[in-house]
Design a protein around this ligand. Structure first.
Ligand SMILES: [Fe+2]
Ligand SMILES: [Fe+2]
Length: 291
């Protein structure tokens, strides 16, 4: 496998320093869109745990990767995902200050992620097989973060709706780095294992898992929202937000499956990275950190 697979990806992956100021972020930071706000909130509450599990699995895979360039990309990937997790945690602290009680949920998610996606103390062949399963799962998940990342960069609705600029910057910066590192886990999986059946099986699990995760956690957060102006019946709000383009369409989790599973697919085929690279060059948080 090795270099031929990602020869057309010429970028080095590196973590960027960022500095966000969430002090003025209100509870419904997409004005008038309580449920869409909570769908974005899932990113602050649930994704950091997943990103940490991913970074851990990739660190475990490093000794199995003998291609120096891929190793470098994997190290850059680990740095980027760790930075995502800690930035979203800061956003979460602001939500807690505003009265969104998410402590128990975060603890449960952390316990569950550890329980499901940890290394289980395995050794030998079982350890390697389990690592390959997780790499295949995370490769599938990274397909969605790349597709949704591109959506966040190119969708104007959130801006038009008056989404708080620090939150918008957070999700666009994150989305842009997801686009930038979209091939890393895929290449790592192909390098370490590369089996099609495993890739397909785990892609379906990633798809269903992410869909359920977003809907169930979003609903839970809506329920926890103490504000009187959040409106009613979240499933309807969610369907409306999806139709109006305030959140990505939930059909994405189905329509992307054939593309990802097509023989010969590689994440570099997802299209140009222009939006992502342009955004990363001018993200306010990245500028604030380098000032
Ligand atoms: Fe991320
Ligand atoms: Fe990622």
């Amino acid at each position: 496998m090795g270099s031929a697979v990602y020869a057309d990806q010429t970028r080095a992956i590196n973590a960027r320093a960022v500095e966000f100021d969430f002090a003025t972020v209100p509870m419904h930071y997409i004005p008038g869109e309580a449920m869409a706000t909570h769908i974005i909130n899932v990113m602050h509450l649930v994704l950091p745990e997943g990103e940490r599990a991913m970074a851990q699995a990739l660190a475990e895979a490093l000794p199995l990767i003998d291609d120096e360039r891929l190793r470098e990309e994997v190290r850059g990937f680990i740095g980027q995902e760790s930075m995502h997790a800690s930035s979203h945690e800061k956003a979460r602290e602001q939500l807690e200050r505003l009265g969104l009680d998410v402590g128990p949920m975060v603890e449960n998610v952390s316990w569950l992620v550890d329980r499901i996606l940890g290394d289980h103390g395995l050794t030998g062949r079982a350890k390697r097989e389990w690592l390959c399963e997780r790499l295949a799962l995370f490769a599938g998940m990274e397909h969605y973060t790349a597709v949704i990342g591109e959506w966040l960069l190119t969708n104007d609705t959130l801006e038009a709706k008056g989404m708080h600029p620090a939150m918008l910057d957070l999700i666009r910066w994150h989305g842009a780095e997801e686009v930038e590192h979209r091939s890393v886990v895929y290449d790592a999986y192909m390098h370490v294992d590369g089996g099609y059946a495993r890739k397909a099986r785990q892609a379906l699990i990633a798809s269903a898992g992410l869909l359920v995760l977003f809907v169930v956690s979003g609903g839970y957060l809506f329920h926890k929202d103490p504000s009187q102006h959040k409106g009613r019946f979240w499933p309807l709000q969610l369907a409306g937000a999806s139709l109006r383009g305030v959140v990505p369409s939930f059909t994405t989790f189905i329509t992307e499956i054939p593309r990802y599973l097509r023989p010969g697919f590689h994440p570099s085929q997802l299209g140009p990275m222009d939006h992502a690279l342009r955004y990363l060059a001018q993200s306010p948080a990245a500028r604030a950190a380098s000032a």
